[in-house]
Design a protein around this ligand. Structure first.
Ligand code: DQA
Length: 139
């Protein structure tokens, strides 16, 4: 199984960003644990970008992967363009948010990703990524 792990804007700042919402681990540390979980079971490709267009181009280049874990950051709430790119993706999509997006500011209630995801995990901080990975590995 080939799995993409895609992170959007400001997720490169994990470890420095509001730990109450986002936890204290860096993205590198989270990705290291994901590699550990998938070892011998799946091949992983990691991508982070702060740019909407770069995220879309990356998705377009990897449409035939089996699955993806995506945290699109704030683009979750704004990007019809990322929604449309994800519609082309053939594999399973699991959406992750470190924070509990449904119980924060009202503008975070708009979500252009969740309708395309088989599962959305929010509010578990880094454990949300691990749960997403374990869900995919169990298939
Ligand atoms: C986030 C939640 C978004 O609302 C926010 O803009 C982020 C991170 C999360 O992981 O909790 O950048 O996706």
């Amino acid at each position: 199984m080939r799995i993409l792990i895609i992170n959007g804007p400001n997720l490169n700042m994990l470890g420095k960003r509001d730990p109450k919402n986002y936890g204290s681990l860096t993205l590198k540390e989270i990705n290291r644990e994901l590699k550990h979980l998938a070892k011998g079971k799946a091949s992983l490709k990691f991508y982070q970008s702060n740019s909407e267009g770069k995220l879309i181009s990356f998705i377009q280049r990897h449409l035939n992967y089996d699955a993806m874990i995506i945290n699109a950051g704030a683009y979750t709430h704004t990007s019809i363009a990322i929604h449309d790119a994800l519609e082309l993706f053939k594999g399973k999509i699991i959406e992750v948010h470190l924070s509990d997006v449904n119980n924060r500011e009202a503008f975070r209630l708009t979500n252009y990703i969740s309708s395309l995801a088989t599962k959305t995990i929010a509010g578990l901080k880094e454990k949300g990524y691990y749960e997403a990975m374990n869900t995919l590995l169990k298939q």
